[in-house]
Write a protein that binds this ligand. Structure first.
Ligand code: FAD
Length: 317
């Protein structure tokens, strides 16, 4: 079922999770161990992130180095199929522009369509580890909106090869990313919403937000979106914070703010367990507030901390 249909038919706020593929060489059991207990809360869908290949230097026998491309977390499409099969749940693969040609993207979309996957989250992706700024693949897309365009075209049966007449129409429901605290490259929040609106005007169906730790950012974002004529569901992304290290790491990676109260409480924590408790209480407080405002979905970036999400959900539902 499409995300938009899930939301339209739900009587109350629904729950969803986001997971990362395991690093290459690890078993898919690590995903199942992560999700087994969380399935008790009957998530409507599970997102699976996509990770571009990274360039690394490998030492040759003669001592010189060669540059090779390594995908450290492959398996997004396979994991989606496995989750649908094991848990009978809707799986949403993320698709990114970075590192992919249009042809590779089209082939991935064909695979997803054949697997019966109905939803995708269309993203640009970040700059490669060795780049300062995002550089598109020479035969790929520069912005997420271009990827949205390609998916919409495939939904109308238009393939990259003009010779394909009467091509099978895919039927993807398309999610895109939104940033309550604005995307770090955007000159200002207004410009950021302008480009978000373009993705939606092209045919994207809903928005999933970057994580935020102060709900006011999300509520202001909803207001700004409304002012700009955005009326699709805006799914709030929530991440449990569980260590002091994350207080500086999260802002530097995701360009989001850690509220003073959360920072101070975490600083007082003495043990790892104390830190997790602080993170759990903060997430619980955020969720209660969001539920009061009747948000369509609580979407959790579970990323390695399923227990905190489990404890919070157990207290909420
Ligand atoms: P875009 O919408 O293309 O925007 C990128 C920047 O360009 C913004 O500043 C925007 O305002 C600007 N812009 C957009 N269109 C135009 C235009 N036409 N002209 C000029 N400027 C423009 N990354 C991964 O690699 N894998 C994942 O699985 C993944 N999952 C994510 C899930 C969520 C919910 C979120 C919020 C992010 C995720 N990311 C993921 C990170 C994401 O790829 C980065 O945040 C990336 O930097 C931007 O992606 P985007 O889709 O928002 O890009």
């Amino acid at each position: 079922m499409k995300v938009t249909q899930h939301i339209a038919e739900a009587k109350d706020t629904i729950v969803s999770f986001e997971i990362l593929p395991p690093t290459k060489g690890k078993s898919i059991d690590s995903i199942y161990n992560h999700l087994d207990s969380l399935m008790e809360f009957k998530p409507a869908f599970i997102n699976v992130t996509y990770h571009r290949a990274e360039q690394v230097f490998k030492k040759r026998a003669d001592g010189s180095f060669e540059r090779v491309e390594i995908r450290k977390r492959p398996g997004t499409v396979g994991i989606c199929a496995a989750l649908m099969n094991k848990y009978k749940v809707e799986a949403i693969p993320h698709l990114i522009c970075g590192g992919f040609s249009k042809e590779e993207t089209e082939n991935a979309l064909i695979d997803l369509h054949f697997l019966g996957i109905k939803n995708v989250l269309a993203l640009r992706g970040d700059a490669a580890a060795n780049e300062k700024f995002f550089t598109p693949h020479p035969f790929g897309h520069r912005y997420a909106e271009d990827l949205v365009k390609q998916i919409i075209e495939l939904n109308t049966g238009k393939y990259l090869e003009d010779e394909i007449m009467d091509g099978v129409k895919t039927d993807f429901c398309i999610g895109v990313a939104g940033y309550p605290e604005k995307h770090f490259e955007s000159p200002n929040a207004e410009t950021d919403i302008y480009y978000l609106k373009r993705k939606l005007d092209l045919g994207a169906d809903y928005v999933t937000t970057q994580m935020f730790f102060n709900n006011e950012h999300y509520f202001h974002f909803l207001e700004r979106c409304k002012t700009h004529g955005v009326h699709v569901p805006i799914v709030p992304g929530l991440k449990p914070i569980s260590s002091k290290r994350q207080l500086t790491m999260i802002p530097s990676i995701f360009n989001v703010e850690i509220p003073v109260d959360l920072y101070n409480e975490m600083q007082k924590a003495k043990t790892e367990k104390d830190c997790e408790k602080v993170g759990e209480e903060w997430l619980l407080m955020q969720c209660r507030d969001l539920l009061k405002q009747k948000v369509p979905v609580l979407h959790f970036y579970t990323l390695g901390k399923p227990q905190i999400v489990y404890n919070v959900l157990k207290k909420l539902f």
